[in-house]
Design a protein around this ligand. Structure first.
Ligand SMILES: Nc1ncnc2c1ncn2[C@@H]1O[C@H](COP(=O)(O)OP(=O)(O)OP(=O)(O)O)[C@@H](O)[C@H]1O
Ligand SMILES: [Mg+2]
Length: 231
């Protein structure tokens, strides 16, 4: 159950996220996008015995691991982290076919784990767009990317950066194409910065749309109560 995988997530979700959904995870720099998706996936695969693939373009594997270790998480046998950064920069520059490569990797892990391979994380679409010089039509790309993930029956968390004010940096129309949008925000509240988690949409799921305060420390992420509007 996804809503048991991060402490307090069941405050936001009254029913479970159905398998095979594509979810966009948006937020400004440092808003816990990578940590949130990794935590959710890691706990889920360990509890269910399923398998997940987390692809990072934004950071290399060791820097991603440093980040998750700082919130008390480590590696898991059921969660594979792959890092595109070296291949992308060194060999292909802007002419790399991300879609084909990602699908090849998914096929490889489906071949090895079958339907046990059920979760996919992508970090991040913004980083991908900034490298994709050969993609003329990002809207079409986003559509094909989400369609490909659905075809493989993967519950997918696709990270997309947003600006400080919260607007996602979208080049396509990802918000319409995906089944769910989780926003990780940072609010200024009486001179303090408060982290929050908000579900903008989640198809076929009963959920609150309020922003919920979120805390992080050495023991991980916790979702607290709704944030009161102080504006
Ligand atoms: N042990 C900890 N205690 C408190 N805060 C922590 C701890 N470990 C990490 N953090 C916070 O988590 C943040 C990093 O989170 P993360 O990398 O998941 O964010 P992100 O949204 O993916 O960032 P980016 O936009 O850079 O990719 C750090 O900037 C720090 O504020
Ligand atoms: Mg990140």
């Amino acid at each position: 159950m996804f809503r048991d995988c991060i402490k307090g997530l069941d405050r936001v979700f009254q029913s479970e996220i159905k398998p095979g959904k594509t979810i966009l995870v948006t937020g400004p720099p440092g808003s816990l996008k990578s940590s949130f998706v990794h935590s959710l996936m890691k706990v889920y695969v360990e509890r269910t015995g399923e398998f997940g693939l987390y692809t990072t373009l934004e950071q290399d594997t060791s820097s991603h691991l440093e980040g998750i270790e700082s919130i008390g998480l480590g590696l898991s046998r059921n969660l594979q982290i792959t890092d595109y950064s070296e291949i992308l920069m060194d060999e292909y520059g802007g002419n790399f076919n991300y879609m084909e490569f990602t699908e090849m990797m998914i096929d490889h892990f489906k071949g090895r784990y079958g339907e046990r391979f059920s979760l996919y994380g992508f970090d991040s679409l913004g980083a991908l767009y900034s490298m994709m010089t050969e993609v003329k039509n990002p809207r079409k790309f986003a559509f094909q990317f989400f369609t490909m993930l659905k075809k493989h029956n993967l519950t997918s968390f696709v990270i997309m950066e947003s600006s400080q004010t919260g607007e996602p940096i979208t080049m396509g129309n990802e918000p319409f194409l995906c089944d769910g949008i989780f926003h990780l925000g940072i609010k200024r509240n009486r001179g303090h910065l408060t982290r929050y988690f908000q579900v903008i949409k989640m198809r076929s799921t009963k959920h609150s749309m309020d922003p919920y305060a979120m805390k992080v420390d050495d023991n991980g992420i916790e979702i607290l109560g709704p944030v009161l509007d102080t504006s």
